[in-house]
Design a protein around this ligand. Structure first.
Ligand SMILES: Nc1ncnc2c1ncn2[C@@H]1O[C@H](COP(=O)(O)OP(=O)(O)OP(=O)(O)O)[C@@H](O)[C@H]1O
Length: 227
């Protein structure tokens, strides 16, 4: 592929000190994710899945290696620039929705755009469009407390996509939902990600959900390999 990856990890090494021991969780891990590509990360618990997502999301730094987001090397950047890249280029979805309880669905999706400096009218139009695509046109003014689990997670996904990120990182995005709802929300997530041409790295323990993505990778001995 001649396109620039939205995420490129090269020789990423991450160690933690634990008492007298040093744990090397990532050992020169390398991985490229391209625009519009959806990759499942299926790895046994404790092998470094969260560490990998935190590094890809610029929430922590590796001791060695390069982390490029949309072609830009990030390790040497200031915290301010890393925060800016996180805000403008990366969307996050977690197992728990983390919506702001005192704001409506619409406001929760407007807010990140507001922080990024998008004009109010444009932000509202984008939020309305996204929420409508997630079947929530009738829920725009509802507070999260009035929404079902699936609806809250749909709002969280819409919020992650609000600033048109190039990279979406998700950690068990439907892990808190019952099987039927998880299935539906996951389909909508994949559809939205494909239609926005976002590159997505989605951690899941669910092999069936993983099989719906473009490829599946795992963590083996500190490396990212095809599963
Ligand atoms: N800040 C830290 N200090 C020390 N050790 C850490 C730290 N963060 C993670 N680890 C260790 O690194 C290993 C990988 O942790 P990580 O949270 O990335 O695993 P994971 O694959 O996401 O697990 P799970 O699926 O259970 O969340 C674990 O053994 C963990 O104890």
């Amino acid at each position: 592929m001649s396109e620039t990856p939205v995420l490129s990890l090269e020789g990423v090494t991450r160690r933690f000190r634990s008492g007298d021991e040093t744990l090397e969780i990532l050992k020169g891990a390398s991985f490229d994710l391209y625009p519009g590509e959806i990759v499942a990360l299926v790895a046994p618990s404790g092998t470094g899945k969260s560490t990998l997502l935190h590094i890809a999301g610029l929430l922590e730094s590796p001791q060695e290696g390069a982390v490029r987001v949309a072609g830009r090397e990030t390790r040497t950047l200031s915290d301010t620039l890393r925060t800016q890249i996180r805000r403008d280029e990366i969307g996050f979805v977690y197992q728990f929705h983390h919506l702001l309880a005192e704001f409506s669905s619409l406001e929760n999706v407007v807010l990140p755009q507001h922080v990024a400096g998008v004009a109010p009218r444009e932000a509202k139009a984008r939020a309305t469009d996204l929420l409508t695509r997630f079947g929530l046109a009738h829920r725009l003014q509802n507070l999260p407390g009035k929404l079902s689990g699936g609806e809250k997670q749909r709002v969280a996904i819409a919020r992650a996509l609000a600033n048109r990120p190039r990279l979406l990182l998700a950690d068990e995005p439907t892990g808190n939902l019952d099987v039927h709802t998880s299935d539906a929300v996951f389909d909508e997530l994949l559809h939205a990600v494909r239609s926005e041409n976002v590159g997505a790295l989605i951690a899941t323990h669910n092999e069936e959900l993983a099989s719906r993505m473009d490829r599946v990778v795992t963590l083996r001995d500190g490396q990212i390999v095809a599963k």
